[in-house]
Design a binder for this molecule. Structure first.
Ligand code: MN
Ligand code: MN
Length: 296
């Protein structure tokens, strides 16, 4: 990639890191989830970035794919274990990063630490030519040594312009795979640590959607919303909030587009045994000798 493109990846990563930390600081007892999501997304825009996906706020045994609705009423409670996962892009170059914070207690500090340390260990070893399964093995061993399990069906992923999941998966255990990481690519590494058995299942549908296909014979309001989606979110996920900010009855329109299969809803992901879940994530640029962490 040329210098100009790399500078977009760096700038997106830098804004994503600051947005993530702002989100983490905003998480307090009684604060509405919606305030955090809107505060972070506003910060991204003010900083010159674009929201690459709606801010994910995943609490306790929910691992990912929750974002508040426009009329969301949920607030943080004492003892909640909160994952803030943020995506920023500049000209399609995406920074994807997450951290976990506990609300007012320290019950799960070592679980949070297990996800953080296993990410650090992965960053330590990643370089062009390393096997993905080797990274997974190191993540798993780090977590096991601290008494926790990785979630085996959530992985890190390579990223390309406007493609959040670009083909390569970074496992959190030794999956015996033989694929290697080539130098010169962008990878998000995101080990999830849990007190449970280590697997997520699909729960209810979330408020996070992606465009699927254009449809004929839609109602006018649905058609206008779909045109907006095709213009602004042809490749990347969006939330019901971004429909509701531009259209009356945004939730109804969103439901209609979902029924028409013009858009798809990501399911909320829960730990199968209701174990608590912690996640830490950085986006890195892989080099011959190691990597550059873009979302510090
Ligand atoms: Mn993420
Ligand atoms: Mn990711």
């Amino acid at each position: 990639m040329d210098d100009r493109e790399l500078s977009n990846w760096k700038r997106a990563g830098e804004i994503a890191g600051r947005a993530r930390d702002l989100g983490v600081r905003m998480v307090e007892e009684d604060t509405p989830y919606l305030d955090v999501a809107e505060g972070v997304e506003e910060f991204i825009g003010d900083s010159g970035g674009m929201v690459a996906f709606p801010v994910n706020i995943a609490v306790n045994d929910i691992a990912a794919h929750y974002t508040p609705k426009a009329n969301d009423r949920l607030r943080f409670s004492q003892g909640d274990l909160v994952k803030i996962d943020v995506g920023v892009h500049i000209d399609g170059c995406i920074g994807d990063t997450a951290r976990t914070v506990e609300v007012g207690t320290n019950t799960y500090s070592s679980l949070i630490d297990a996800s953080k340390r296993s990410l650090d260990a992965a960053i330590e070893v990643i370089r062009g030519g390393i096997k993905l399964s080797r990274i997974g093995s190191i993540v798993e061993r780090t977590m096991n040594s601290m008494g926790f399990r990785p979630i085996i069906n959530l992985t890190g992923h390579s990223i390309e312009r406007y493609r959040l999941h670009a083909g390569l998966s970074v496992p959190s255990y030794d999956d015996r795979g033989t694929d290697v990481v080539p130098a010169g690519i962008i990878v998000a590494i995101e080990p999830f640590a849990t007190t449970g058995v280590g697997e997520v299942v699909n729960g209810k549908r979330s408020n996070i959607y992606k465009f699927v296909r254009e449809k004929e014979y839609l109602k006018d309001s649905q058609n206008s919303a779909l045109q907006m989606i095709m213009e602004e979110y042809p490749h990347l996920p969006f939330s019901e909030r971004s429909i509701s900010s531009k259209f009356n009855k945004g939730e109804k329109i969103t439901n209609g587009l979902l029924r028409a299969q013009a858009i798809y809803s990501f399911p909320i992901l829960r730990e199968i045994s209701a174990g608590m879940v912690a996640q830490t994530e950085h986006t890195v640029y892989v080099t011959e000798k190691g990597c550059i962490v873009l979302t510090r």
